[in-house]
Design a protein around this ligand. Structure first.
Ligand SMILES: [Zn+2]
Length: 426
């Protein structure tokens, strides 16, 4: 649940077909695409639903049941909520400060460090730690995928060291053709903790104060006060979680109450601030914000995806069109089981194929020997070149080479000569 700021209201009014007159900053909350608010009794009401279509168009609707009109509800502001929750917030703060002191005493020989992402949780933790120990150093793990607003915040945070990777995310994409998906991603490992793990002394006892909370996810649900991240490898570091029991609402109300700096991305309507644009875990509701607020980055990433799709002939892997790939399919697995006619026609157009039935032959083929899916257009073409265009049995490269007793060089030479002779299968 995140507070709704003017920037997000403006976005909704710009992208939705009709203007929503009764939204204003200071009152509303966005919870899983539903706009909500609290009344004087602390009851929560639903007002609108934000729906993002596959083509990233936006509609704000009021479903018939379970939703209220804003004018019918005595809605309370964020300020009022802070007032009514002040004792609760004060208790949370007192407990957290006591907790921090206890841990510092327990781990006297450790050096405290605050890893900040500029997200709301780590900003609260940094504030709490530094209200007791003002000189505690912070570090910002530069993922090379953060937005300028986050970098600025980290730079302006006193005593905060920026830790940057030697090779950035987009360099991996450009130089190594690495596109992350939900099922195969290289970036979390390299960028999320990798830089910190490389830069900090493994043999030094560090106490890392982190903002993880139990309610965030199933994996975080069971975290206790102290954690050791396996991705740190062999170190003698310890992670301490001073706000693990706080709810998201607690964090926001506390942030407002104490006047802590808020990352601009939250104001745009993002629920997370890390890894912009290319993180495969994001979905439509984030992409539509990227497209609106970070158009350059959005377009740049899609240019890279487009190049990769065409070069690697991903029609054959994804069974989708280029447009579908760029809009919704790029971060997942095969988009549909069978290619549509449109997919096949587009594949023909980009690859100079004239015969529809022949083009269809390239899709959804598994090796008849080892059952491996054949995704490489050259391998499919080689099968048809040598065994005939009407075949229904295909071999993967390895099985094909062993069938014809070919070496890797033989394969390459054949491929080269067929291409040079202008064979339209390749
Ligand atoms: Zn095979």
């Amino acid at each position: 649940m995140n507070p709704i700021f003017n920037e997000y209201i403006e976005f909704l009014n710009d992208t939705n077909k009709t203007k929503i007159e009764d939204l204003k900053e200071g009152y509303f909350w966005l919870d899983k695409s539903i706009i909500k608010g609290f009344d004087k009794n602390g009851e929560i009401h639903k007002f609108y639903r934000v729906k993002i279509e596959d083509d990233l168009s936006v509609s704000v609707t009021k479903p018939k049941s379970g939703y209220d009109n804003i004018k019918d509800v005595d809605i309370v502001s964020w300020k009022d909520l802070i007032e009514t929750n002040k004792n609760h917030l004060k208790n949370l703060e007192d407990e957290a400060l006591k907790f921090i002191e206890e841990k510092v005493n327990k781990y006297k020989e450790y050096t405290s460090i605050i890893p900040v992402s500029t997200g709301k949780d780590s900003m609260v933790v940094a504030y709490l730690i530094r209200s007791l120990f003002p000189d505690t150093k912070a570090i910002f793990n530069n993922t090379s995928l953060d937005v300028v607003e986050s970098y600025k915040m980290a730079k302006n945070l006193p005593n905060c060291e920026m830790m940057s990777p030697n090779k950035g995310f987009y360099q991996y994409v450009r130089e190594d053709g690495m596109i992350p998906t939900r099922f195969a991603r290289f970036c979390c490992r390299i960028f999320k903790v990798g830089t910190m793990v490389k830069e900090l002394d493994h043999n030094h006892p560090y106490l890392l104060w982190m903002g993880m909370r139990n309610e965030e996810s199933n994996t975080r649900k069971d975290y206790g006060d102290e954690v050791v991240n396996p991705e740190w490898g062999k170190t003698c570091w310890k992670g301490i979680l001073p706000i693990r029991k706080w709810s998201e609402l607690d964090v926001w109300l506390y942030t407002f109450w104490r006047g802590l700096e808020i990352n601009q991305k939250y104001k745009y309507g993002y629920s997370r601030v890390g890894c912009a644009i290319a993180c495969p875990y994001y979905t439509k509701s984030t992409w539509v914000l990227d497209k609106y607020f970070y158009r350059k980055g959005y377009d740049r990433w899609r240019d890279m995806l487009e190049k990769d799709f065409i070069e690697n002939k991903k029609w054959l892997i994804m069974n989708c069109t280029l447009k579908e790939y760029l809009e919704v399919a790029w971060n997942g697995g095969t988009y549909r089981n069978e290619p549509t006619e449109e997919v096949i026609r587009e594949f023909m157009k980009y690859n100079g194929l004239k015969d529809f039935d022949l083009a269809k032959q390239y899709f959804n083929k598994n090796c008849c020997e080892c059952d491996k899916r054949i995704k490489d257009k050259n391998v499919l073409a080689m099968n048809m070149k040598i065994h005939g265009r009407q075949i229904n049995k295909f071999y993967c490269k390895k099985c094909f080479m062993s069938l014809h007793n070919l070496s890797e060089d033989d394969w390459d030479n054949k491929l080269k000569s067929f291409k040079q002779n202008g064979c339209n299968l390749f």
